[in-house]
Design a binder for this molecule. Structure first.
Ligand code: NAD
Length: 485
């Protein structure tokens, strides 16, 4: 085992869970045993909630200009430690070290946004009548929690930790049991940056902890990021317990390609979108809708996809179960008559035979009834569906139950405008394969990709992590003035 057993992080210290149950943490890169992760009990969570509630008394009263100083220092520490963090992310998640580094760069950008919150959080004030003023202020909620997935061990926690904490809340984070390593370093760096004890806790575990978070009477708000199946469970359970909840789910992102798209740029963008992070991004291209004759672009796409080398510029998928599931989608499509143009099945990497690799895969002549066209594959696979018109392509995109992202590739401004207007997705790209909005623009999908109101980052997060206090004040009313009029 490369690293010592993982511990929870409570009151600024790494502590053992009271549970004796643990899981092995296996690197997708080569199947090596990295560590063990405890399957904590609700009583571990209870300790974290008690210390967070205590820490909240002081943290929430600390001026926001002082609170964000922690994040200015955290940003510097992320910069200083980015290579170490990138390698750790790569080891536990299977993405390449370069992709790990890109994840840290995004975590830095998210932290920068949190540093700007004092500029954005000012309330409103108006003299509503003679001698009477009304004002609003954003007040933190209390103890809050974030439940995160395996695919971005640092970036997704940084969607919520900096903003929620800078806004005055105390947070408990439940990492994915598949990637529990780098969050420990993040907690350590936040302590080094001066975050007071108890403001952030990390409780490792599985659905038992998630259920306990949703049920806990002293946790005010919960964010979840993960699959749609679990997003629904968490959203229902947390809101049934009268909590504020925002639950982001899975995705099925469609890229619409018109014949006038620039072949090289389009092929490179689509390849990067479908195979970056081994296709394990909620913004990954999963379906390409080829409109009219775009065979020259598909040929070019195959050339680009063959440049993706498993174990080189293409990372591993998270585990054997995922690899088998993804290969099963490809097998089924082939059986139903689709044509495999580039086949990434049965991939092994020399010297890393126990790694879980799949090569970039392009499937042509996919029909909407195939599972690979309907479901989230979460691997480096793209399904090509053919249509004659843009409206037919949009109908395919509109019919999918998710709504994270959609993109169009064209040089025609009117066509692009038409897709922006008619795509049924929260994030739309024009000649962009992964249309993730950069800060300060907020991130969030629609439909079955998002349950709850608002987006998880940007200005939206101010509404989520705070409540408004409305104060009406009367000073020295002049005689004879009817202030209620
Ligand atoms: P997952 O839903 O399996 O797990 C997410 C979290 O929920 C983990 O912490 C896990 O421990 C917990 N969990 C799992 N099963 C549970 C259950 N039955 N009850 C309660 N909690 C449970 O997701 P994953 O496999 O870790 O991540 C991949 C998924 O996340 C994909 O569907 C991807 O699209 C999605 N994702 C979405 C976004 C977005 O912004 N919409 C971003 C990243 C990932």
């Amino acid at each position: 085992m490369k690293y010592p057993p993982i511990k929870n992080f409570i009151q600024g210290k790494f502590v053992d869970s009271i549970s004796e149950e643990s899981l092995n943490v296996i690197s997708p890169i080569d199947g090596s045993h990295l560590s063990t992760v405890p399957m904590s009990e609700p009583s571990d969570l209870e300790k974290a909630v008690i210390v967070a509630a205590e820490a909240f008394k002081t943290w929430s009263k600390t001026p926001i200009k002082d609170r964000v100083q922690v994040f200015f220092r955290f940003k510097s520490l992320l910069e200083k430690n980015k290579n170490e963090l990138a390698n750790l992310i790569s080891e536990e998640n299977g993405k390449t070290p370069e992709e790990g580094l890109a994840e840290i760069e995004k975590s830095i950008e998210l932290t920068e946004f949190a540093c700007s919150l004092p500029q954005l959080i000012t309330g409103e004030l108006l003299d509503v009548s003679k001698g009477i003023e009304c004002r609003t202020e954003h007040v933190p909620l209390g103890v809050v929690a974030s439940i995160v997935p395996f695919n971005f061990p640092s970036m997704v926690p940084c969607w919520t930790i900096p903003n929620a904490i800078a806004l005055g809340n105390c947070m408990i984070i439940k990492p994915s049991e598949k990637v529990p390593l780098s969050i420990g370093r993040i907690a350590e760096l936040l302590s080094e940056a001066g975050l007071p004890e108890g403001v952030l806790s990390v409780i490792h575990g599985n659905n038992k902890i998630v259920d306990a978070i949703c049920d806990h009477p002293n946790i005010e708000a919960v964010t979840f990021v993960g699959s749609t199946k679990v997003a629904k469970i968490v959203y229902r359970r947390a809101t049934q317990n009268y909590k504020r909840c925002l639950a982001l789910g899975g995705a099925k992102n469609h890229l619409l390609v018109l014949p006038d798209a620039i072949p090289e740029m389009t092929a490179k963008n689509i390849t990067a979108s479908m195979s970056g992070c081994a296709g394990q991004r909620c913004m990954a291209a999963s379906a390409m809708v080829a409109i009219g004759d775009v065979d020259h672009i598909i040929d070019r796409l195959c050339v680009e996809a063959r440049k993706m080398i498993p174990g080189g510029n293409l990372g591993a998928v998270i585990d054997k179960e995922s690899k088998n599931r993804i290969e099963e989608y490809i097998n089924e499509a082939e059986k139903m008559g689709a044509k495999i143009l580039v086949d990434g099945r049965n991939t092994t990497v020399s010297g890393k035979e126990n790694g879980t690799y799949i090569g970039a895969t392009i499937i042509d002549f996919v029909t909407p009834d195939m599972s690979v066209a309907k479901e989230e594959v979460f691997g480096p696979v793209i399904s090509i569906m053919r249509t004659k018109t843009l409206d037919e392509a949009l109908a395919i995109e509109n019919n999918n139950p998710y709504g994270n992202a959609a993109s169009v590739f064209t040089q025609n401004g009117a066509a692009a405008r038409y897709v922006i207007e008619h795509a049924n997705a929260g994030m739309v790209g024009v000649n962009v394969g992964v249309p993730v909005p950069r800060e300060p623009f907020s991130f969030g999908g629609w439909n079955e990709s998002r349950f709850g109101v608002g987006d998880i980052t940007g200005k939206s997060s101010i509404e989520f992590w705070t409540k408004l206090k409305k104060t009406t004040t009367k000073w020295n009313p002049q005689a004879g003035v009817n202030w209620m009029s």
